[in-house]
Design a protein around this ligand. Structure first.
Ligand code: ADP
Ligand code: 5GP
Length: 204
């Protein structure tokens, strides 16, 4: 069994990462989304166990002290972490896994010599458009939006950390580009579009 590939997707808040990843996940088989743990309160419409595992600080701290996170970080004043066990078991079963995590988390994983992620950074076409999207999403207070915009500028400075940078101007094009990166990684690992290994007679 070939191990799955780990993908890290990061973006300044509001750039459109969630909007892009939903159709990508729906279109490509053998691709699973790692549901993070967070101390952030759920937004309207978010489902516990699907969008995030919503936990309190005490539970998050207990998990962190038990080394249950592959990586964790404080982002915009809330704690976020990726379950080590969930990611490893999916990769071991041959499924590709997408992590939607911030730059700090990407750095931690890149420092781990046993893990070889393919990394993607999604950027908005402009700062003005990012502001418009954050405001238009209408899920955050003015103060939260201000904090997220401020952090966005810092995150943009880490662009060089990533293998691929995709501009989310036209949504359909950005979706196609993310899919293209995943399909290219599959072909590099001698797997087909669905993530299955190519038959053994090829190349023998
Ligand atoms: P993120 O997950 O990166 O924080 P979202 O996916 O929630 O961002 O997108 C933020 C807002 O921008 C949403 O209201 C979404 O509908 C909108 N949006 C996303 N991509 C585009 C795009 N290419 N053009 C216009 N609006 C977009
Ligand atoms: P949001 O609150 O908008 O869902 O996410 C805020 C930021 O936290 C985003 O940049 C998102 O990628 C990041 N994030 C979500 N889950 C994790 C995680 O498990 N680890 C890290 N490091 N960042 C995360």
């Amino acid at each position: 069994m070939t191990n799955g590939q780990l993908y890290i997707v990061s973006a300044p808040s509001g750039a459109g990462k969630t909007t892009i990843l939903k159709p990508v996940m729906a279109d490509l088989p053998a691709l699973s989304f790692s549901v993070s743990h967070t101390t952030r309160p759920p937004r309207a419409g978010e489902i516990d166990g699907q969008d995030y595992h919503f936990v309190n600080r005490a539970d998050f701290t207990r998990m962190r002290n038990n080394h249950e996170f592959l990586e964790f970080a404080e982002v915009h004043g809330n704690l976020y972490g990726t379950s080590l066990k969930a990611v490893i078991s999916q990769l071991d079963s041959g499924t590709d896994v997408i992590l939607d995590i911030d730059v700090q988390g990407a750095r931690q994983i890149k420092a781990n010599k046993d893990i070889h992620p393919v990394t993607i950074f999604i950027v908005p076409p402009s700062l003005a458009e990012l502001k418009k999207r954050l405001t238009g999403r209408a899920t955050d207070t003015e103060e939260t939006i201000r904090l997220r915009l401020e952090n966005s500028l810092k995150e943009m400075a880490s662009l060089d950390l990533y293998d691929h940078v995709i501009i989310n101007d036209e949504l359909d094009e950005a979706i196609e580009m993310v899919k293209a990166v995943i399909l290219a990684a599959r072909s590099r690992a001698k797997r087909n579009r669905s993530g299955l290994p190519v038959p053994e007679f090829i190349g023998s």
